[in-house]
Design a protein around this ligand. Structure first.
Ligand code: 5GP
Length: 187
């Protein structure tokens, strides 16, 4: 599970790890958030209406779910189980409460905390991304504070201070968890 404040670079680091580690799978989450520019339904997220999401909750289709910054996010259980049955390791990009919930169900799951070098830098990156209005940005900053406060709960930490170093740290962390080696050509 990969968690950490918005704007820390989690998605990029995960994308790079998926490209480099053979067999690693990504769990596409469901969300009620509206798609950002360039996001593709079924690839970045499964974009559901609140009604659909609530129906999925009732039907027990989530491994975990949580509300974050006014939207619902959840991990579809069936897909994760399918990957695990295939013997693959699965990456979840997930906020803190969800990660805790998964850990209760699967104590062998590892938590990686990804953060920018400072909260100032986190704010800068969020402002730079400009996908949120100022109210949503403040909400995300408040959440970032509580996430940083919980970092002792994590098994690993990757500080994203520079693109190359962070990519390498993430890759080594993941390889340390799942075993095996990176695909030399793609790493
Ligand atoms: P964003 O809206 O920036 O894509 O994601 C907001 C937050 O929701 C991030 O911290 C992200 O890790 C988290 N998130 C994404 N998918 C899930 C999920 O399936 N479950 C939970 N609990 N959090 C998620």
């Amino acid at each position: 599970m990969v968690s950490g404040p918005s704007g820390a670079g989690k998605s990029t680091l995960i994308r790079q790890a998926l490209a480099a580690v053979p067999g690693l799978a990504y769990s596409v989450s469901a969300t009620t958030r509206r798609p950002r520019k360039g996001e593709v339904d079924g690839h970045d997220y499964l974009f559901l209406s609140r009604e659909e999401f609530e129906r999925w909750i009732e039907e027990g289709r989530f491994l975990e779910w949580a509300e974050y910054s006014g939207n619902l996010y959840g991990t579809p259980a069936e897909k994760v189980e399918e990957f695990l049955r295939e013997g693959r390791s699965v990456i979840l990009e997930i906020e803190l409460r969800g990660a805790r919930m998964v850990r209760e169900k699967r104590p062998d799951a590892k938590m990686i905390f990804v953060r920018a070098p400072s909260l100032e830098e986190t704010r800068k990156r969020l402002v730079g991304r400009a996908t949120e209005d100022s109210e949503a940005l403040e909400r995300r900053m408040t959440t970032a504070l509580s996430e940083v406060a919980a970092r002792d709960e994590f098994d690993y930490e990757v500080v994203n201070a520079g693109r190359e170093q962070a990519r390498e740290d993430m890759l080594n962390t993941i390889l340390g968890i799942v075993g095996g080696e990176a695909d030399a050509e793609r790493a």
